[in-house]
Design a protein around this ligand. Structure first.
Ligand SMILES: C[C@](O)(CO)[C@H](O)COP(=O)(O)OP(=O)(O)OC[C@H]1O[C@@H](n2ccc(N)nc2=O)[C@H](O)[C@@H]1O
Ligand SMILES: Nc1ncnc2c1ncn2[C@@H]1O[C@H](COP(=O)(O)OP(=O)(O)OP(=O)(O)O)[C@@H](O)[C@H]1O
Length: 285
């Protein structure tokens, strides 16, 4: 029986701005997201019975309907009346509740993989619409590449990829709930909104220094205020010589952009003193 494999990469937010709180409780955002080369891997295989079964080597994530990959499989199966079963093995590499969209990317990979396994031939736009039902970051994870995201994150416009560089990711041992961070966020407290056009200009000119200067995330202050260790990680990365440093999503992962290979080891080693989960990756361009 044939197996299908899908990679589920992590995302970082180069820009995350919040414009206002909406009537439906979500926030109107303006973000620029891009994928990095740290990925979960999903293996999908037909089951002889009509059931969704999920397994993982990671002991710390739910494997039932609370898992976003499970929810994705159930959604596509029910929506298109598929009467077949699937066994999904999730090789989890992306830290959980980290601001790296790990669960969202698993859901996206499950939708893409099952579209192939069950020969549904759904166009990408339809998968993105399905993905939006599972979470605000899922449509971007289906699209991949680099994109501006608006609305609650589901309205996408693909843009130029960032200039190539090293990305050091550091996640302190705390789990941050996205709902909590948005819940504590007050748009009137924002002193300076990051500029999406400025970042787009840096990307279109492939200017690494200008990209670093245009980084910005308005959720950072909420998480930094609550978790001083995130602030310490930022300071440590800057001191160690990272060229641009920002918290990703609602945190707590902080990423540092580094252009010169000889500087990467210094940043990595400095961070290892603070937290166990440190990764050196490349942008997925
Ligand atoms: C922080 C980011 O990861 C940045 O990319 C996203 O904005 C959040 O994306 P996500 O984790 O896929 O978010 P969802 O699962 O859709 O929503 C989780 C919770 O975050 C809040 N939320 C999320 C997205 C948004 N635009 N406004 C919100 O207020 C809502 O309280 C929601 O209940
Ligand atoms: N496939 C999955 N992988 C990781 N966590 C999952 C998954 N499915 C459900 N979860 C649950 O979702 C919560 C958030 O996990 P996730 O890793 O997606 O957060 P995140 O990286 O902060 O996402 P985002 O950046 O989109 O806000 C965790 O509490 C976890 O138990």
């Amino acid at each position: 029986m044939s197996k299908i494999y899908e990679k589920a990469p992590a995302k970082i937010n180069l820009v995350l701005d919040v414009l206002r709180k909406r009537e439906d409780g979500f926030h109107e955002v303006e973000m620029i997201m891009t994928m990095v080369d740290l990925a979960d891997r999903l293996e999908m295989e037909e089951l002889p019975r009509d059931q969704i079964v999920l397994s993982s080597q990671a002991g710390f994530i739910p494997l039932d309907e609370k898992n976003l990959a499970f929810q994705a499989a159930r959604l596509i199966k029910e929506r298109y009346g598929v009467k077949r079963g699937v066994y999904i093995h999730l090789d989890k590499q992306i830290p959980v509740a980290a601001g790296l969209a790990g669960g969202s990317s698993d859901a996206a990979a499950a939708l893409k993989g099952l579209n192939r396994l069950w020969d549904l031939r759904l166009p990408r736009e339809e998968l993105e619409l399905l993905g939006a039902e599972l979470g605000s970051d899922v449509p971007f994870c289906i699209r991949g590449g680099t994109a501006v995201a608006r609305g609650r994150g589901e309205k996408l416009e693909s843009v130029s990829p960032p200039p190539q560089c090293w990305v050091v990711l550091a996640k302190p041992p705390i789990n941050v709930s996205t709902a909590d961070v948005y819940g504590k966020f007050r748009v009137n407290d924002v002193k300076r909104h990051p500029s999406v056009p400025r970042m787009l200009d840096a990307l279109s000119r492939q200017s690494f220094p200008d990209m670093c200067a245009a980084l910005g995330n308005v959720l950072e202050n909420v998480t930094l205020h609550r978790y001083p260790e995130v602030r310490q990680i930022k300071e440590c990365m800057i001191k160690a010589g990272a060229d641009g440093v920002l918290m990703s999503g609602s945190g707590p992962t902080v990423f540092g952009l580094v252009s010169k290979e000889m500087k990467v080891a210094r940043v990595y080693n400095a961070l290892r003193g603070f937290c166990k989960e440190v990764f050196v990756v490349r942008m997925l361009t």
